[in-house]
Design a protein around this ligand. Sequence first.
Ligand code: HEM
Length: 149
Amino acid sequence: MKGTPAMDAARKQRIKESFKTITQHEEALTDLVYKKLFSLCPHARAMFPEDMTTHKMQMSVALGLIVKSLENFATVEEHLMEMGGEHADSGVKPDYYPIMSDALLSAMATVSGPAWTPQIEEDWTIAINTIISSMLKGTSDSDQAREAA
Ligand code: HEM
């Protein structure tokens, strides 16, 4: 994801504030994310376990950690790259990420209600693109590692 604008201090602050609202609806958020993901990409359903409870919790924890680390993104970047490599190994294709991004944004908009503004949408779009870029960096690293092996 080339050309993603940098996260300036004001943007990080808005995301943190917005996340406070979003986490009040944690369960609804993850329900909506996967409902949307599976409606946009039905064949992704088979990649996940039947019982999504643990996975929804993992996604929620991951988002919380990322938001907490916005001030020092380098501390989570390596973990995101590793996660991207693991996702690639589980068959997650780069093409699926924009679908996850749409699912996350749409779920966040729904649970945020009137607090969701065009500015917040832009902030989260940039944050999610940054996360996905890091995960995809790990994907190309794992491809390179495989090719080198
Ligand atoms: C913003 C992007 C994403 C984030 C933050 C994310 C986060 C996570 C987390 C935290 C886990 C738990 C295990 C681990 O740490 O690796 C996980 C597992 C998984 N993710 Fe993602 N993910 C993302 C994108 C995607 C996409 C696009 C797909 C495919 C449509 C996907 C499919 C999976 C699958 C199949 C698992 C394993 C499920 C299981 O066996 O429980 N993820 N993801």
